[in-house]
Design a protein around this ligand. Structure first.
Ligand code: SAM
Length: 227
């Protein structure tokens, strides 16, 4: 396996590295790491896309969508592939990553960001949601960390807890839906979402990551049509 570093940045959260991974005769894979921890790659993106499709399938008119965490843009791209979506706001905390996606350091980045329905906001998603108007989104999709059990950034712990989830629910319109991506099964998150939304649908997702079997999870919840 050969690695080539393509970009590196420092922020108050630490180090962010974008690198290429290449196996002999294999495709070039892009990998994002934060403080040495694997965040994601471009080889296995089915669950990033499932985060979008699981919710898009639930809502009749998903016109307004908020995505927490740009990453390498797969969730946002899948959201924008749905022509019912009129606006997709992506909240990403790392300015450098947005720059790499915009300037082509990530080769597919400019095409993803070119969609005129997409707005990228550089902010902590906790702050962005605290400032958003109530009932302003049909879908809220969160993939900002590896889940409460494997946090890349400890400061994200609150994003999986009741006060934040309660706030998130107020941003959804009647009939809207929310989904949270997690790298592991998280009974406490499931319980918190059930308490806030009345019900939750935990969806296990089996993936193979560099020859390893992994089991990721989506936690999906809805707001009743007549809230
Ligand atoms: C796993 S990646 C998201 C992957 C994305 N779903 C995709 O399809 O490429 C997580 C992203 O969330 C960002 N992030 C981490 N904490 C955040 C926060 N509190 N607010 C907003 N973005 C955050 C990270 O910088 C990273 O880009």
């Amino acid at each position: 396996m050969e690695y080539v570093e393509k970009a590196r940045a420092e922020s108050e959260r630490g180090e962010l590295v974008l690198r290429e991974r290449r196996e002999e005769n294999g495709p070039v894979v892009w990998e994002l790491r934060a403080n040495g921890v694997f965040v994601m790659d471009t080889e296995e993106t089915s669950t990033e896309e499932a985060l979008a499709t699981a919710c898009l399938a639930l809502v009749e008119e998903p016109a307004q969508v908020l995505v927490g965490g740009l990453g390498l843009g797969f969730t946002a791209h899948r959201v924008l592939a749905d022509r019912r979506v009129r606006r997709c706001v992506v909240v990403e905390i790392e300015q450098a990553l947005v720059d790499w996606m915009r300037d082509g350091t990530v080769p597919h980045g400019p095409a993803v960001l070119a969609d005129e329905r997409l707005q990228v906001v550089v902010a902590d998603v906790a702050v962005a949601l605290a400032e958003a108007r109530p009932a302003s989104y049909d879908l809220v999709l969160l993939d900002v960390d590896n889940g409460p059990g494997y946090l890349v950034h400890d400061a994200n712990a609150g994003l999986y807890e009741t006060p934040f989830l309660t706030r998130l629910r107020t941003l959804l319109r009647p009939g809207g839906a929310a989904a949270i991506w997690s790298a592991s099964e998280e009974p406490a998150l499931e319980e918190a979402m059930r308490a806030v939304f009345g019900a939750v649908d935990p969806q296990p997702l089996d993936v193979v990551l560099q020859d390893r079997a992994e089991h990721y999870w989506l936690y999906v919840a809805r707001v009743p049509s007549q809230a």
